[in-house]
Design a protein around this ligand. Structure first.
Ligand code: AAO
Length: 471
């Protein structure tokens, strides 16, 4: 079986979604490595649909972000760069101590178009030298819906064998397709990639995922590849996220909704206050921590209303800090581009090639936020120590320790709050890593002989101290 999350250590992943390869490489060296991130997730690197101008004067977005989710070929010729740039990015990141995880589109090929970024000419069920009609469920008779598409997301046969939004569904139940998919992923592993986010994993299904995984080589570090499965919640039986945890780690998509309701509904809905996070994780019905890749949002949920987004500003930062502190799942920090409509392209040339990521001009750079990087450092400092000393005011202020290694307090109000709390720490004066960074120039938390501290937590802010940051 695929491995669980690593325990403790530098495990935080930055999801630099649709950053181009030279920008990812630069970021690994200058930011991610130095700030304590242990991994970076990148967008699908295989060749994809490149939409052509319609010539009808319509204002349809020519190169929406989702072009990259329509695979044309397993050559690494994408909107983010070419194969040489991809390889160089992976080795640069590895040298900076940052492992690379790839978004793998293996459930399907395309649903439209005839030309790719790599210049390949194709048809929906014909990819010369790779797949033809016999490799698709469209022609195998296994899809029971009248339209050939998924009409009912609760129907197992449809979810596995019919087409997701019209995307040509691969027969991953055959050894020919399994071998070709595995060859693609093994090529990436050979370049130094450490694992995958498996796109539309719910539609591949457990048996096919397991068979593909069994064909994968070890990583360059000699470990089994990380294998994080995209499975939206809500499906019954074998379609539920819980039914996939034996095949791999699953994406924490239900947790995303709980985080939004905790952080965003207060004070309009007091029931949704952050005090409810006392139970966040397995106690609130989520998949096991060691089998969950958790995040506040990803590219789908920041658009579909399930999640907070960069548009929520300080509330989104606070939720990200909470996730890094909580210890549920392997935390991932999402960082992409700002958008107006759901289909917007990332900043790109007229030809669709994504341009270098410039923070503040089109790119949110949430992973660089000092409040976030402080909590990455704190997360690494507390390691695998369990949550203890939970405290809340019944509404919008919470505090907890991670064993005796660190203590944190968070305030989701729009005004500062002063609290008197049991920290579980030994008597002493501790430096807040959020306001003080590494230099201890900010807030100092004084803990008395009984472990109690009186602390003022800023509006929409966090105070976080490490036992190791005692003065
Ligand atoms: C584009 C065009 C289409 C066109 C197509 C082919 O937009 O009009 O037909 O090309 O020409 C992305 C875009 C698509 C885009 C596609 C290909 O989102 O718009 O299509 O690239 O370019 C389901 C899947 C899940 C999938 C999600 C979008 O299960 O795997 O749909 N996510 C991944 C990617 C995604 C990508 C693809 C897959 C395809 O992350 O970006 O698509 O590679 C329910 C179901 C879920 C279902 C959702 C959304 O979920 O249970 O299975 O996800 O609905 O349809 C609560 C409920 C939960 C519900 C959820 C919905 O959480 O509990 O049950 O709300 O918000």
């Amino acid at each position: 079986a695929a491995p669980s999350n690593p325990v403790g250590g530098r495990d935080v992943i930055a999801n630099l979604w649709e950053w181009n390869w030279p920008s990812v490489a630069r970021e690994c060296t200058t930011q991610l490595g130095p700030k304590g991130y242990g991994g970076v997730q990148v967008a699908p690197p295989q060749d994809s649909v490149k939409r052509q101008r319609l010539g009808d004067g319509s204002d349809t977005i020519l190169h929406p972000w989702w072009e990259v989710y329509q695979a044309v070929d397993y050559a690494l010729t994408s909107r983010m760069g070419n194969e040489a740039q991809f390889r160089s990015m992976v080795s640069t990141c590895r040298r900076a101590g940052v492992k690379v995880y790839v978004d793998a589109v293996v459930n399907h090929m395309t649903g439209q178009g005839d030309t790719s970024y790599g210049g390949v000419k194709y048809a929906r069920y014909d990819y010369a030298g790779l797949y033809g009609q016999g490799n698709f469920h469209k022609y195998s008779g296994d899809c029971p819906s009248a339209s050939g598409g998924i009409e009912d997301f609760n129907n197992l046969q449809q979810v596995f064998n019919c087409e997701l939004v019209g995307l040509a569904d691969l027969r991953t139940d055959t050894s020919v397709v399994r071998s070709r998919v595995a060859a693609y992923l093994n090529k990436l592993l050979g370049y130094g990639v450490s694992g995958f986010r498996v796109d539309a994993a719910k539609h591949v299904g457990q048996a096919d995922l397991d068979a593909i995984y069994a064909r994968l080589h070890d990583t360059k570090d000699g470990t089994r590849p990380y294998w994080a499965l995209e499975v939206f919640g809500g499906g019954p039986g074998r379609l539920a996220p819980d039914a996939f945890v034996r095949s791999g780690v699953v994406l924490g998509l239900d947790g995303v909704k709980q985080l939004k309701s905790a952080f965003k509904s207060y004070p309009t809905d007091a029931a949704g206050s952050i005090a409810t996070l006392r139970d966040f994780g397995e106690d609130s019905g989520l998949t096991p921590s060691r089998r969950t890749l958790s995040f506040v949002q990803n590219h789908d949920t920041e658009r579909n209303g399930d999640a907070l987004s960069y548009k929520d500003g300080a509330t989104n930062r606070l939720a990200t800090q909470y996730l890094l502190a909580a210890g549920y799942g392997r935390p991932q920090v999402y960082s992409a581009f700002s958008f107006t409509t759901a289909d917007d392209s990332p900043p790109a040339t007229p030809d669709g090639m994504i341009t270098d990521a410039a923070c503040g001009s089109g790119w949110t750079c949430a992973h660089r936020d000092r409040g976030v990087t402080a909590l990455v450092r704190w997360h690494n400092g507390v390691g695998a120590a369990p949550q203890a000393h939970w405290w809340d005011d019944g509404a919008n202020v919470i505090a907890f320790s991670r064993g005796d290694r660190g203590w944190v307090a968070m305030n989701n109000n729009t005004v500062a709050r002063t609290v008197r709390v049991q920290t579980g720490l030994a008597r002493g004066r501790y430096c807040d890593v959020v306001t003080g960074g590494r230099s201890c120039s900010g807030t100092v938390v004084a803990v008395n002989g009984s472990g109690v501290a009186r602390v003022t937590v800023p509006a929409k802010g966090t105070v976080a101290v490490l036992a190791a940051s005692r003065r």
